[in-house]
Write a protein that binds this ligand. Structure first.
Ligand code: FES
Ligand code: FES
Length: 162
């Protein structure tokens, strides 16, 4: 079938079997390998993407479910020159070790922060509870989300001052 959707701000059209997994469509057909597959069964969050701004697990989605949607992968969060605040914070807080969980963490945190601009640590823990990390012990990831929230709160005020 022909699947049309918006991917990281740009319209795309791709031919794929309706039952192809979204994670495979993104990684193999469209080359967006930032999205990772850990468990393949909805347990780890490494494959998280935003679908119309809401975090979804692309290993559990079918290609047909992307039809007409607005999809953001980690590649669409920010660039090396203009990273999303959560990408900056994950790096600055030392919240990345092997890095395998990081794209999914970043995407989930970005979606979480969009709806929860000033979360406390418990809310952050709950917001990221579907994303597993085998390396960091989570504290630095929570630090990073807290730091990104503060940076995102400060930015509009700075722009008003300019
Ligand atoms: S790969 Fe999708 S939840 Fe683990
Ligand atoms: S940094 Fe290795 S799994 Fe999270």
């Amino acid at each position: 079938m022909t699947i049309r959707f918006v991917l990281n701000g740009k319209p795309v059209e791709v031919e794929a079997p309706a039952e192809r997994r979204a994670v495979d469509l993104l990684r193999e057909d469209l080359g967006l390998i930032g999205t990772k597959e850990g468990c393949g069964g909805g347990e780890c969050g490494a494959c998280s993407i935003l679908v119309d701004g809401v975090t979804r697990l692309s290993c559990l989605m079918l290609a047909a479910q992307l039809q007409g949607r607005d999809i953001t992968t980690v590649e669409g969060l920010g660039t090396a020159e203009a990273p999303h605040p959560i990408q900056t914070a994950l790096a600055e807080c030392g919240a990345v070790q092997c890095g395998f969980c990081t794209p999914g963490m970043a995407v989930t945190a970005a979606g979480f922060l969009a709806g929860n601009p000033s979360p406390d640590r418990q809310a952050i823990r709950e917001g990221l509870s579907g994303n597993l990390c085998r390396c960091t012990g989570y504290q630095k990831i929570i630090d990073a989300v807290e730091s990104a929230a503060l940076a995102m709160q400060a930015k509009p005020a700075m722009q008003e001052d300019e």
